[in-house]
Write a protein that binds this ligand. Sequence first.
Ligand SMILES: Cc1cc2nc3c(=O)[nH]c(=O)nc-3n(C[C@H](O)[C@H](O)[C@H](O)COP(=O)(O)OP(=O)(O)OC[C@H]3O[C@@H](n4cnc5c(N)ncnc54)[C@H](O)[C@@H]3O)c2cc1C
Length: 411
Amino acid sequence: MPTARVLGGGPAGLMAAEVLAGAGVDVTVHERMPSPGRKFLLAGHGGLNLTHSEDRDHFVTRYGESAERIAPMLERFGPDVLRAWAADLGEPTFVGSSGRVFPQALRATPLFRAWLARLSDLGVDIERRTSWSGWAGDVGSADRTLLITNETGHTREVTSDVTVFALGGASWPHLGADGTWVGPFTARGIDVTPLEAANVGVRVEWSDLFADRFAGTPLKNVSVTVSGGDPQRGELMLTATGVEGGLVYARGAAIRNSLKAHGRCAVRVDLRPEVSLEDVAKRLGKRRAKDSATNWLRRSIGLDPASIGLLRETSGGTLPHDAATVAALIKAVPVVVTGTMPIDRAISTAGGIAWTEVDERLMLRRMPGTFVAGEMLDWEAPTGGYLLQASFSMGVVAAHGALAWLEEQHS
Ligand SMILES: Cc1cc2nc3c(=O)[nH]c(=O)nc-3n(C[C@H](O)[C@H](O)[C@H](O)COP(=O)(O)OP(=O)(O)OC[C@H]3O[C@@H](n4cnc5c(N)ncnc54)[C@H](O)[C@@H]3O)c2cc1C
């Protein structure tokens, strides 16, 4: 019976383990934490957004520059198959109003428990509290022997016919994935793009007054433009240190690029995206003499206190008086982003093993027989179920790649 070692017990690794074991491979998973799937289970606290229901053409664009590499993986194991897989584990899914797909239980625990039971039935051995700590042999050698370290610090050498790496990125490191794999990989000459925070809040230097009053308040139905790109509509959450939420996450790559180039990034927030500039100015033109600025903005254009606070904050504390200037401000509030929150607060990680290092079946070109899946690779996507979908799909593709490679070795 051929053997496989899967490093990392997250969605990508466990999916690879399931496919390999289902094909009759003797699979051992090494997971450094006392239990696998911790990030997956945490994702369940937010309802577990497994995937998205939008059509394929839109779906693939969510992977930006990696769309071309990921598209064939979605063909192999796409949203419908993922939903069928969950249903088969006793957790049917539904499409929420935003098009996002969730398990009916809105939690990860029942699905994950059923999955672990299936893996056990398939004979998958999950060795908990065992960490991959590198490869045996000299740096630069092609030795595929793995070093596995247990919690007492004892390291042993293990081998297998195929290996699948699925050690994740570096966000929320206390859940297990901390990016320490980058060192041994780069030492072997594998090109790894530096890991960076993705789907993370951004920093804005709010005044104490504004932060105290409005942290935790959402700005609903606004649109955001970053570096002259297309405006995107949605909700922003004001925080004590800046802004977070799907709208900034979706433009994360553009924000990071601007921060790298200029040290800051000008984000324009349109507080009334459904009303034209002319109409905003017209409505503001009907100010009653006795109206305070707050009343004027609330009555004529329906701005809430947080939006009015933001206008004041970004115009030095005092609002301009004339309608045309205020209208222009409402349609493009300049918010200066000075940084992103740290990677340990990020939902996911950008960067990772360069696509040039793996073939279409996710095998490392420099290490035949070794495959990589999930957030370890250099891709990113916004929230919306795209992260888990790609991680699962890559687990499937890497496992099928490993099976094909095993067959080639014996033919
Ligand atoms: C708060 C939060 C909410 C999220 N919600 C969603 C959501 O609703 N929808 C969505 O699509 N995505 C969501 N995500 C993102 C999603 O969880 C990840 O993209 C996904 O888990 C990545 O899967 P992975 O298998 O590549 O890595 P991980 O899930 O990170 O798994 C990697 C595993 O490898 C183990 N490991 C690491 N290093 C070693 C080592 N040296 N030896 C042995 N084991 C090791 C880790 O302990 C971990 O178990 C969320 C993330 C967070 C943080």
